[in-house]
Design a protein around this ligand. Structure first.
Ligand code: NAD
Length: 459
């Protein structure tokens, strides 16, 4: 587990050790021992699997591609987590992302453990046929450890429903006659995927932000106004104004989050900036997000980068450099690209009063502390971007029952589940000095500890 994730888990364990109402029946010595056991269990993954996939390329050469599957913890159910295709994938990153999945599932009461996979490639460097073979080989090499009741992968950066369809097909042919629909989630709808899965993460990201500033504040404004909590002051100030929102990353998560903001009628907000791997686009009156989504859909996923492309598509925007999105004079910054985007060297330039983590780990530990100390509300990844795994859980259930829900039912179930989590976390967050991330970790760790204790795993 990366040191910054571990530091927050350790903080959660320390807070729970102090809280005598948690596991009250344990005498002092046994209590300390139990917490030492918990630290040992949570700080290390159960398994790290690594293989070198043997891939004959179309031009004749054979390459061996490093591939990982990390199974962090299965206390709450089968391991669950995406497979990333990216050239920067490495073991430490996959272990950390697997640990985040354990915490995310515990926080939202999803009955899965935490896992993650990675293949060290830039998918743009491979033909479709080669990518198909990489997916098949991944399943073949890891077939013994995967399965609907063991470990269920899903898409992540660089993979999507196409890859999950290929992988499920390979799993099915390796294990004829065995259940296979629940072996992978994030599949295409025609192949047993869930309606709403593609939009789930982005919709969930926007929901956390809207729920906090609209639904929760509406019901709790009296005591929030009276409290001295700096985050409550930030939230009340934000809820009072017309919000300027910027979104970093315009892929699956970022584009859907931006669309949700664009269409939202509960809050006064406008998306004044979006960015991707090439560019930031800015318009102080608000960008035409549906037109930008249409452009990216037709143009391989990238935003317009020239005045010509903007005018041809009747999009009014100023072109800025890629990273300018992070430093604009805005209220809310939604990070939906990659990890480590706000760190020690650039944290002082960030002006947003609220940051929502659509991506995994986009704010480093130092930046998180610095900004939280200034009263900036950071909605952490494990709270904000869980929509994908929640709807993956619905997909897994639908695959078992072979009964499928309508899109409307899926989104209702998703928002109901996220609302339960928000209602559990927010009163504590606005009532104590801990950051929202610390609160979420305390809740997730508490859940894991309780189950481990009840199962007699702490002796
Ligand atoms: P994606 O590949 O669809 O989109 C990524 C976007 O980020 C693209 O627009 C790309 O151009 C942009 N980008 C890349 N490098 C950038 C940079 N340096 N600066 C600005 N933009 C940059 O990926 P996605 O599925 O939208 O995932 C985004 C993040 O959300 C990842 O961290 C992923 O782990 C996380 N996440 C995704 C899901 C999901 O369901 N897709 C679920 C949970 C978490």
């Amino acid at each position: 587990m990366a040191s910054q994730t571990w530091a927050i888990v350790q903080h959660a364990l320390d807070a729970l050790l102090e809280d005598k109402s948690f596991l009250p029946n344990l005498p002092d010595r046994a209590r300390e021992q139990a917490f030492t056991s918990l630290a040992a269990i949570l700080s290390t993954p159960n398994h790290v699997h690594k293989s070198f996939l043997r891939i004959p390329l179309e031009k004749g050469k054979i390459v061996r591609i490093p591939a990982f599957r990390v199974q962090h913890n299965d206390t709450l159910g089968p391991y669950k987590g995406g497979i990333r295709f990216h050239e920067s994938v490495n073991e430490d990153e996959v272990v950390n992302l697997a640990a985040l999945m354990t915490l995310k599932n515990a926080l939202h009461e999803v009955p899965f453990g935490g896992g993650k996979g990675g293949v060290v490639i830039n998918p743009r460097d491979f033909t479709e046929r080669e990518l198909h073979l990489i997916c098949e080989k991944y399943v073949r090499y890891f077939s013994d450890i995967l399965g609907p009741d063991k470990d269920i992968p899903a898409p992540d950066v660089g993979t999507g429903d196409r890859e999950m369809d290929w992988m499920m097909a390979e799993y099915k042919s390796i294990r004829p006659g065995k259940p296979y629909r629940g072996s992978f989630t994030g599949k295409s709808v025609v192949n047993g995927g869930s309606l709403g899965r593609r939009e789930a993460t982005g919709k969930g990201v926007y929901f956390t932000f809207r729920f906090m500033l609209y639904d929760f504040l509406k019901d709790h404004s009296k005591w929030l106004t009276e409290t001295n909590n700096s985050f409550a002051k930030t939230a009340l100030a934000l809820a009072d104004r017309s919000l300027k929102v910027a979104v970093q990353g315009f892929g699956n998560v970022g584009s859907i989050t931006a669309l949700e903001a664009y269409h939202c009628t509960h809050l006064k907000n406008k998306v004044v900036a979006v960015s991707d791997r090439n560019v930031t686009l800015y318009n102080s009156d608000g960008l035409n997000i549906p037109a930008l989504v249409e452009f990216t859909t037709k143009n391989g996923g990238d935003l317009p980068t020239t005045e010509e492309q903007l005018s041809q598509n009747k999009i009014k925007a100023e072109i800025k450099t890629r990273d300018e999105v992070l430093y604009l004079d805005i209220d809310v910054l939604i990070l939906a690209a990659l990890e480590d985007q706000i760190h020690q060297s650039n944290m002082e330039q960030v002006k947003a009063k609220m940051i929502v983590e659509g991506a995994n780990a986009p704010v480093t530990g130092e930046a998180d502390k610095y900004l939280s100390d200034k009263g900036v509300i950071i909605v952490p990844d494990i709270l904000a971007n869980a929509g994908g795994v929640i709807v993956s859980y619905f997909e897994w259930l639908q695959g078992r029952e072979t009964q499928f829900y309508s899109e409307e039912e899926v989104f209702k179930l998703l928002f109901d589940k996220m609302e339960v989590t928000m209602d559990t976390i927010l009163p504590q967050f606005f009532g104590d000095p801990f950051s929202l991330r610390q609160n979420c970790y305390i809740h997730a760790v508490m859940k894991l500890c309780t189950i481990l204790y009840r199962q007699g795993k702490l002796y």
